[in-house]
Design a protein around this ligand. Structure first.
Ligand code: N6E
Length: 212
């Protein structure tokens, strides 16, 4: 992993680059707004009980028709941790001992005029009953990468889970979800361009982790 001299503007600290790309100039940041994003991850127990991650299919609003964690804006007077717990409960009905695991900065050209500062949380467990809400349809996905020589799914009445649907997620997710799964703290920034159809594409990105 490379040294941190190329940390993008808006990120601070001692971090080692895990991935970077794009050659656009970093966009200027005027205002930042705080958001949260929370994930429940069940670790693999053994080969017949693989790991799984809870995502939500966003039914409306910003990021509609993409799978994501559960989250939203930090409201005035709330800490990001309080907002993360509130949004998780509002969007899929459950409570969880969320732990902060990453911070992300997203800037877009010709989209929202503010930058998104997103605090990311994960929990190994949850309490309550998962429900579909007006905003999100929760769904579990396998955390085991798809592989041709993987054993056939156990035929034990368990529903086979699909792999994480990166093609139907924000394009930055593939760079930091693996870090979230391995419980590696992370930071990152991605700058986006939005085309006439509203599609976001990444023009420059950088993700990193603390030195071990
Ligand atoms: C650009 N790359 C990105 N990659 C991954 N996740 C991203 C994201 N950009 C935004 N997000 C997440 O999208 C949700 C938006 O929140 P959003 O639904 O607008 O907030 P909130 O529920 O408060 O809105 P309403 O007031 O109900 O409209 C929130 O979880 C935020 O973390």
């Amino acid at each position: 992993m490379a040294a941190t001299s190329n940390l993008p503007p808006g990120l601070e600290g001692n971090y080692l680059e895990t991935s970077t790309g794009g050659d656009a100039a970093w966009l200027p940041i005027s205002v930042k707004k705080w958001y949260t994003n929370a994930f429940i991850v069940h670790e693999a127990v053994d080969p017949t009980t693989p790991g799984k991650i809870l995502l939500g299919y966003k039914k409306r609003g910003f990021g509609a028709h993409l799978y994501n964690g559960f989250g939203g804006k930090v409201e005035p007077g709330e800490t990001p941790a309080q907002a993360a717990a509130r949004e998780l409960k509002e969007e899929c009905g459950v409570e969880a001992p969320l732990q902060h695991c990453g911070s992300l900065l997203f800037v877009s050209q010709s989209g929202p005029e503010w930058a998104f500062q997103i605090e990311v949380y994960r929990a190994d467990e949850y309490t309550g009953a998962l429900i579909e809400t007006d905003e999100m349809r929760p769904q579990w996905f396998s955390t085991t990468p798809a592989s041709t020589d993987a054993p056939a799914p156990a035929d034990q009445g368990e529903e086979e889970l699909l792999p994480i649907p990166y093609d139907t997620m924000w394009p930055d997710d593939v760079y930091w979800i693996p870090l979230l799964l391995s419980k590696t703290p992370f930071i990152g920034r991605a700058d986006f361009e939005i085309d006439a159809t509203g599609k976001y594409s990444m023009k420059r990105w950088w993700f990193g982790v603390p030195p071990s």
